[in-house]
Design a protein around this ligand. Structure first.
Ligand code: PEP
Ligand code: MN
Length: 279
């Protein structure tokens, strides 16, 4: 099952080993399905607050929001930085949700960790080894997204970098890879979910938002992720997608998110009952 270079996964590998559970607020990855939701970017105080309440009421466990954005163009909205983090932290506190945000730079890790309960390493930084080592030195759980051109082996070795620095709290996130297909923004590799579970004890979630880039495809791919055994999902939600400052074509409205969350919870319950019945 394991490739040759997978032999180097001293901390990440572990077939048959007890699955790792990672707690963020009241949510536990590896125990029930964790729903992360929120806008791509924090844009204003009332925007993040409004969405925080909406996703909380719909059943989300963790609030997301980017304050430092890795944009393709240097002229595109780069995020509100420190001000955005303050808005995000306040919104999470008010709505009663822990928060996750992306870190782009080694110099920012320790102070961003004071505002966020979980740190995200984005696809574009998956193999930024200094950044991986830096988050490995902090005590916050890390969501490690799969690079868009990365094999499972490369991705899991990046988790190894983080763990090797002393931080065992790594959650993997499949967010779609580049393929020859152009209809979707990326190709969500759902086989990565059970595949990672064959190799590693770490929790793995999916990101059907970036994985498809299309609102109409998010619900089916979310439900498919749950059926494939994902430990959670992360979804982008905006109060008015047409006006979002980043990723507007893939943002769910509050009511679209509510509908998906409802179906996800029903599927989660069904799968639990099925497992019990088969026992
Ligand atoms: C994001 O979550 O907003 C993001 C930039 O994701 P990715 O790194 O997967 O592109
Ligand atoms: Mn985004």
């Amino acid at each position: 099952m394991k490739g040759k270079k997978m032999d180097n996964l001293k901390l990440v590998a572990g077939i048959g080993k007890e699955r790792t559970k990672i707690q963020v607020g009241n949510a536990i990855f590896g125990e029930g399905l964790v729903i992360i939701a929120g806008p791509c970017s924090v844009e204003s105080e009332d925007q993040i607050l409004e969405t925080a309440w909406a996703v909380k009421e719909a059943g989300a466990d963790i609030l997301r929001g980017g304050a430092f954005k890795p944009r393709t163009s240097p002229y595109a909205f780069q995020g509100l930085g420190l001000q955005g983090l303050k808005y995000l932290a306040r919104a999470g506190e008010e709505a009663g949700l822990p928060v996750i945000t992306e870190v782009l730079d080694t110099r920012d890790v320790s102070w961003i960790a004071e505002f966020a309960h979980m740190l995200q390493i984005g696809a574009r930084n998956m193999q930024n080894f200094s950044l991986l080592k830096e988050v490995g030195k902090c005590q916050r759980p890390v969501l490690l997204k799969r690079g868009m051109y990365s094999t499972l082996e490369e991705w899991l070795n990046c988790a190894e970098y983080i763990m090797n620095e002393g931080n065992p709290q790594v959650v993997l996130c499949e967010r779609g890879i580049r393929s020859f297909e152009t209809y979707t923004r990326n190709t969500l590799d759902l086989s990565a979910v059970p595949a990672v579970k064959e190799i590693s004890h770490l929790p793995v979630i999916t990101d059907p938002t970036h994985g498809t880039g299309k609102v109409s495809l998010i619900k089916p791919m979310t439900l498919a992720s749950v059926a494939a055994g994902a430990d959670g999902i992360t979804l982008e939600v905006h109060r008015n997608p047409a006006e979002a400052l980043s990723d507007k074509d893939q943002a769910l409205t509050h009511s679209q998110f509510e509908e998906i969350a409802k179906e996800v919870r029903l599927l989660e319950r069904y799968m639990k009952e099925m497992k019990n019945e088969l026992r």
